[in-house]
Write a protein that binds this ligand. Structure first.
Ligand code: PEP
Ligand code: MG
Length: 324
């Protein structure tokens, strides 16, 4: 690839003026761990656990999941590994789960909606594996996050599940720990309500793939509307800005794990918008780390303010290009 001349940095990076930005990798399977470490990721910002459930005839049991989460945490000496609970439905079918036939699966029963509904048993098993792994893995700290949350009730109900499973484990005398707890921000509802969510979580991770799809009402992966579903649309940028601003006065940190986070041409903008962490395919980690070190936060904030004034995607792109 054209990036072979980019230095691989194995330590965390900061901006030119000394602000720490975590640069992490997205993973799906254990095969992604090696490249994440080799390319210098500080940890994992998104472990898509649905991949543990694909291409097989039955779900992985508690011990198999436990091993996968411990292995991910122990692949890093420090940092964090954010494990996302099962996110299926929509574009992610699992044959043995007998998913409903919906006319609009992206607007249907997917992500946390299934975990709090028909997949409650799977959810409980996954929580047991996660709490046990958080209590026994060395290396990176394990964190958990919930996909496709759109109401505070969903967050509450899921958290209650975690607490009830922790009680069970205590009663059974099994080593466990409550991990750092966050949600993905990938629906407009959650971006609008971010100030209400922030006090209840340790972090947000903005999923721009779904957020752009839902903000713009433009199906992801549908080429006929790909211009609309672009994360550089001003409305998507506003949703990101609203989310980060809502978390500003709280202890809630904000990351991004959609494709946008891995675009080095946007790193300065994302730092300027106030993101604390960026998580991406391992391939682009070195470029994004390089871009962070070249960024001055004051300039980045000025850039973000200019970009947020744009009326159109074309103007966003023009503002970014002029800045380069
Ligand atoms: C996203 O929606 O941006 C995201 C990171 O989750 P996924 O791509 O797995 O839906
Ligand atoms: Mg998503």
């Amino acid at each position: 690839a054209a990036d072979t001349d980019v230095e691989i940095r194995h330590d965390p990076v900061e901006t030119a003026d000394g602000v720490d930005i975590e640069v992490a990798a997205n993973i799906g399977t254990r095969a992604d761990l090696g490249p994440a470490v080799d390319r210098g990721a500080d940890g994992v910002g998104l472990f898509r656990t649905e991949f543990l459930f694909l291409d097989r005839e039955s779900p992985p049991d508690e011990d198999e999941q436990f091993d996968a989460y411990v292995e991910a945490a122990e692949s890093f000496d420090a940092g964090r590994v954010v494990v996302r609970t099962l996110d299926i439905g929509g574009d992610k079918p699992v044959p043995y789960l007998d998913l409903p036939d919906e006319e609009n699966p992206f607007l249907g029963e997917r992500g946390i909606r299934r975990s709090l509904g028909p997949d409650a048993d799977l959810f409980e098993t996954q929580i047991r594996a996660l709490l046990r792994a958080a209590g026994s893995a060395d290396g990176a700290r394990l964190s958990v996050m919930l996909p496709l949350v759109s109401t505070v009730e969903e967050l509450r109900r899921a958290r209650e599940q975690f607490e009830s499973v922790a009680d069970d484990l205590t009663e059974e005398g099994i080593v466990h720990e409550m991990p750092e707890f966050g949600i993905m921000v990938e629906t407009p509802a959650t971006a609008f309500m971010a100030d209400q969510f922030a006090p209840h979580v340790d972090f947000f991770s903005i999923g721009t793939n779904d957020l752009a799809q839902y903000v713009m009402a433009a199906e992801r992966g549908n080429e006929r509307v790909s211009d609309l579903g672009d994360y550089r649309q001003p409305a998507v940028l506003r949703a990101i800005d609203a989310t980060v601003s809502a978390a500003d006065d709280t202890d809630c940190w904000v990351g991004m794990c959609g494709e946008m986070a891995g675009d080095p041409d946007l790193t300065e903008l994302l730092v300027g918008l106030g993101l604390d962490e960026l998580s991406m395919s391992a391939v682009t980690v070195p470029q994004v780390k390089a871009a962070v070190t070249e960024t001055d936060t004051e300039d980045a904030e000025a850039l973000a303010a200019r970009v947020l004034r744009a009326e159109t995607k074309a103007e966003v792109i023009e503002t970014l290009t002029e800045n380069q």
